[in-house]
Design a protein around this ligand. Structure first.
Ligand SMILES: *[C@@H]1O[C@H](CO)[C@@H](O)[C@H](O)[C@H]1NC(C)=O
Ligand SMILES: *[C@@H]1O[C@H](CO)[C@@H](O)[C@H](O)[C@H]1NC(C)=O
Ligand SMILES: *[C@@H]1O[C@H](CO)[C@@H](O)[C@H](O)[C@H]1NC(C)=O
Ligand SMILES: *[C@@H]1O[C@H](CO)[C@@H](O)[C@H](O)[C@H]1NC(C)=O
Ligand SMILES: *[C@@H]1O[C@H](CO)[C@@H](O)[C@H](O)[C@H]1NC(C)=O
Length: 179
């Protein structure tokens, strides 16, 4: 009898550990920098500024974001991505964490795993470097048109456990252009 309960207890513990280990991580989201001027001129266009200031903050304020990751200017041109993320960061009272390609996945997953309140994360990346981002973040990019992402900054990708589970528009009337 004692050994029956003993082994049963061990089984329950192992099952609990297995469930904890495989509990899905919260989703995180990927967007690109907002609209920029031609020929690498600095800053965002007026439409890009409107996206950063009035389109992105209300959307992501609803999504329980606790961590914002952007690319590090040391490895890429990232001023536009930073500018895109800044109004949201200010609205949420978050700092923007910078990452070179190489540690996106580990930084995002470390945040998601550590979040006691199941918060999500947002990655804001240089639109010309999305392919590298997907490689680095180990995100399946089947069906994603990288060139289309580079010209449609309204697209939000959702990633769960390394799998891209969704793709939607920010739906910001007057910013995304006419549907
Ligand atoms: C993206 O990075 C490239 C370098 O890979 C840089 O030339 C370009 O200006 C950057 N784009 C933006 C919008 O920052
Ligand atoms: C991001 O933008 C803010 C505000 O424009 C600026 O103060 C900050 O230095 C920028 N950070 C980077 C890494 O470019
Ligand atoms: C943001 O960074 C500043 C300066 O390092 C720090 O004082 C502040 O606590 C940080 N805020 C958050 C929310 O982490
Ligand atoms: C976080 O998610 C886990 C697993 O989905 C759940 O058991 C837990 O209750 C959630 N915690 C909060 C604070 O929502
Ligand atoms: C944008 O609109 C589509 C179609 O109505 C909807 O499925 C999607 O959730 C919306 N996106 C956001 C960020 O609300």
């Amino acid at each position: 009898m004692a050994s029956f309960f003993g082994s049963h207890f061990v089984f329950v513990c192992l099952a609990a550990i297995a469930i904890a280990a495989t509990a899905p991580l919260q989703p995180y989201y990927i967007i690109t920098n907002a609209e920029t001027p031609s020929l690498n001129r600095a800053g965002l266009t007026p439409v890009g500024q409107a996206r950063a200031e009035s389109c992105i903050p209300p959307i992501f304020s609803q999504l329980n974001i606790g961590f914002i990751l952007s690319c590090s200017a040391n490895s890429l041109g990232c001023a536009a991505a930073n500018e895109t993320a800044m109004p949201l960061a200010q609205a949420l009272g978050l700092n923007i964490t910078l990452s070179t390609t190489g540690s996106v996945k580990s930084k995002v997953n470390a945040f998601l795993k550590a979040s006691a309140t199941n918060q999500s994360a947002l990655v804001v990346w240089n639109a010309s470097e999305m392919e590298d981002l997907f490689d680095d973040a180990d995100v399946n990019d089947d069906g994603i048109d990288d060139d289309s992402l580079a010209i449609h900054p309204d697209v939000i990708l959702t990633v769960v456990n390394g799998k891209r589970t969704g793709q939607t528009s920010m739906n910001c009337t007057g910013v995304d252009g006419e549907a």
